[in-house]
Write a protein that binds this ligand. Structure first.
Ligand SMILES: [Mg+2]
Length: 241
């Protein structure tokens, strides 16, 4: 099946920025459950991409013992206070490969949208400066981050809103995601999906059904994507880059 892609919808945490969510979830866990079980793999499988309360519930159901899920709201609140502080302190970095891809796709004329489950996404992207004096946030035509939808990822609601906001049919959108729940959401919405496996979790993203999985967004064939086709660059080309 060949699609013509005209819009790119970016997740934020783990795609554009190395955000402190995982750290905040882990540190907030003290007193609620044993943080030892909260590994990066656990975070990616059960928390990443989910909305705050759903994420908190998922953690406590698995690590907190009987009845712990009832404390999800309190855990979520403590996590939020922590992440607000970490973001204000600038405890995050933007991924250079993601900035390169986003700039290239913007220049190529794709419509650009942000669709993070997190309400903190804008605050981070507005703090990332680009060489031309703009911010990473300003590259995007629409920002649906943190928008209230009936269900979070893997439900496609947020991505469908993003497609609508940039005026492109879902079938002509590619979603850039680092979490299996996000890849599943893209598929459920009838969109193409690009999985970025920064943590060596290619298998999880493939299992979730990503159309293309890369370890660095520099592996994406930008010229092809500018022409509407999602694929990796030829190996020889990568070697000479
Ligand atoms: Mg993510």
């Amino acid at each position: 099946m060949t699609r013509i892609l005209r819009a790119a919808i970016f997740d934020v945490d783990g795609v554009l920025v190395d955000s402190p969510h995982e750290r905040a979830w882990r540190e907030a866990l003290a007193g609620f459950a044993d943080p030892a079980g909260f590994t990066t793999a656990f975070y990616q499988s059960h928390v990443a991409g989910k909305r705050r309360l759903e994420g908190a519930r998922a953690v406590l159901e698995r690590l907190g013992g009987a009845g712990a899920a009832a404390r999800a709201a309190a855990y979520a609140e403590r996590k939020q206070a922590l992440i607000d502080r970490l973001i204000a302190e600038g405890s995050f970095v933007a991924f250079p490969d993601a900035i390169r891809l986003a700039v290239a796709l913007k220049v190529a004329g794709l419509r650009m949208a942000l669709a993070s489950s997190s309400k903190n996404a804008d605050a981070m992207l507005a703090r990332v400066g680009l060489p031309d004096g703009c911010t990473l946030l300003s590259l995007f035509d629409a920002d649906l981050s943190g928008r209230d939808v009936p269900r979070g990822k893997p439900d496609p609601a947020l991505f469908l809103l993003a497609a609508e906001a940039v005026g492109v049919p879902p079938a002509q959108c590619v979603v850039v995601e680092d979490a299996p729940a996000g890849i599943a959401a893209a598929r459920a919405g009838g969109m193409a999906s690009l999985g970025i496996a920064r943590l060596g979790d290619e298998a999880l993203l493939r299992e979730a059904g990503a159309d293309l999985v890369v370890k660095s967004l520099d592996e994406v064939d930008v010229a092809a994507l500018a022409g509407g086709v999602l694929r990796a660059r030829a190996v020889t080309e990568t070697a000479h880059a």
